[in-house]
Design a protein around this ligand. Sequence first.
Ligand code: GTP
Length: 321
Amino acid sequence: MKAVVLVGGEGTRLRPLTETIPKPLLPFMNRPFLAQVLSHLAGHGVEEVILSSSYLESEFHEFLEGRGGGPGVTWITEPQPLGTSGAVAGARRYLEGTFFVVNGDVLTDLDLGALLSFHRDRGAVATIALTPVDDARPFGLVEREDDGRVLAFREKPTDRIPGEINAGTYVLEPDVLQRVPAGVMVSIERETYPDLIDRGEPVFAFPSDAYWRDLGTPEAYLAAHLDALEGEVGGRRYERPLVGEGASIDPSAAVGEDVVMGPGASVGPGASVRRSVLHRQVILGEGAVVEGSILGPRTVVEPGAVVTDSVLAEAARVPAE
Ligand code: GTP
């Protein structure tokens, strides 16, 4: 089985972090998030993954050169952003049979084997995993029959309503790509799936209550870390706080159990950190206070400065007091 992992978005909602680090390579629990996605795929028998991105491409090459283990990765050049469907269509020469497509920013322990069996049992050309949410406003809803057949995609609702949304994990047949024009921007959610439904093709949805979070916003990125620290992600337990290799905490500092410190990060005397993610080599000076924030690599918070509910770029500097 092969999979296309979509990693080519600019991740605008996570700026300024994503100005230097592509969203799928942001650390999650001190490992590049893409490593987590790849091991989830390997755990479900995926042997080869196809990736493409025109955004910060060299960062991906560095990650791929440094990694070991399965699945194998084929990198293809995406000269300009082709959208979610365009990127999959660009990989078509590598895709012979049924394949998976996964968003490179979704944290989930979805059972891909069960998704594939569902797809095959229904004779679908495309199957979309669904996840229930309490507030569908940021997402857009998928309407389906009881047997899973997709009837329609609905735009983002204006009122806060619960519903089932596209979870960003798909099983596709290669034929689906035949009508996707080459080399232009095409969205799988907004163009390819609605087009298949209009033509009466069997598109199915697979409801799942597996753990699911789209890490595309600062709130979700932070919340996913807090979930992982609480042991809610795939049953895995972490030390709390999670302290990366070579990181240091002054004995007079207060670091909450809801904190992740990257490798080489340091928290100075009397400083305090809560509900936050510090990337590698972040430095918190004496008496600094950080709460509800994400601090990019090598950020320096000078003595006495207070950072709350913020996202700071790589190598940012917060002046003292
Ligand atoms: P925002 O700008 O914050 O919306 O983030 P994004 O650009 O990543 O967009 P979005 O979260 O909607 O994208 C969903 C998935 O598709 C992510 O994993 C993206 O990396 C990926 N993606 C989006 N656009 C492209 C594209 O043009 N090419 C490729 N290869 N992947 C894409």
